[in-house]
Design a protein around this ligand. Structure first.
Ligand code: ADP
Ligand code: MG
Length: 247
């Protein structure tokens, strides 16, 4: 099995995703036109400009969107609940009014009663020094704190594959450090999109998406460096174009 066993997971199954010749149209945009990828490494970074297709790829993997052509297959079967996504905007994920209820939601598919799930959620929070959050109204938490609740909800639900969509964007530095450490520790497959390249530079695999196509795919150091070099070239070209326009 490619992953160490996860004591939190109901069943440990090999993770891995096959994207085969996928075409995706969202509104007027042709986001992917024959995209193929095999995603089987335990940690994968996803980088690229805004609009390059990172969120769309995640939405395909967790079946929020269905491709017009091609296939998205999970190793071990496309059963519901095998993939969990940390949304860029926590308010797209949160359903319940309190932290405890939100965390308990992820336990009910594992067969816990409402009461048991609530008790486990409280214990889970206590283990992290967050007992005070249990009955806290989520609406009174900051955006970064709500993001943290979403991450805890994913951890407690423990799906086989974790998709994190720009998770560092609204976190303070301690929150980023905590998430970085949590990400390193979990035994599930983690795919993370980010503009904060330091969080994925050491990954064995990073994929650079550019207008829905794979522009780079390889060791994090190489792919991040190639993306940064491209951004510098474009910035310089933009600046010289700006000078020319204003000359
Ligand atoms: N809800 C939507 N309706 C129509 N087009 C969308 C929608 N969301 C994203 N797109 C388009 O899909 C493309 C990819 O976007 P997205 O996957 O969100 O990129 P990223 O996450 O890399 O910023 C962009 O051209 C974007 O304009
Ligand atoms: Mg996005």
């Amino acid at each position: 099995m490619p992953f160490p066993s996860n004591p939190n997971a109901a069943a440990t199954v090999p993770a891995g995703i096959a994207i085969e010749n996928v075409c995706l149209q969202r509104g007027d945009s042709r986001v992917f036109d024959g995209l193929s990828l095999r995603l089987s490494e335990p940690r994968i970074g996803l980088i690229g400009d805004n609009g390059s297709g990172k969120t769309s790829l995640f939405r395909l993997i967790c079946a929020l969107d269905v491709p017009q052509a091609g296939l998205v297959t999970l190793v071990g079967g496309n059963k519901p609940g095998r993939v969990g996504m940390l949304f860029q905007n926590p308010d797209d994920q949160i359903i319940f009014p309190t932290v405890q209820e939100e965390l308990a939601l992820g336990l009910q598919p594992q067969g816990w009663s409402r009461r048991e799930a609530a008790a486990r959620a409280r214990t889970f929070l206590a283990e992290r020094g967050l007992s005070a959050w249990a009955t806290r109204a989520i609406s009174t938490l900051s955006q970064g704190q709500r993001q943290h609740v979403c991450w805890l909800a994913l951890l407690i639900a423990s799906p086989d594959i974790l998709l994190l969509d720009e998770p560092f964007a609204s976190l303070d530095l301690p929150g980023q450090t905590l998430l970085h450490a949590d990400m390193a520790r979990v035994s599930q497959q983690v795919i993370v999109s980010t503009h904060v390249l330091s969080h994925v530079r050491d990954f064995a695999r990073v994929i650079w998406l550019d207008h829905g196509r794979v522009r780079g795919d390889g060791p994090g150091r190489e792919v991040c460096a190639a993306y940064e070099a491209d951004v510098s070239v474009r910035a310089a070209a933009g600046q010289s174009a700006g000078v020319a326009v204003h000359a």
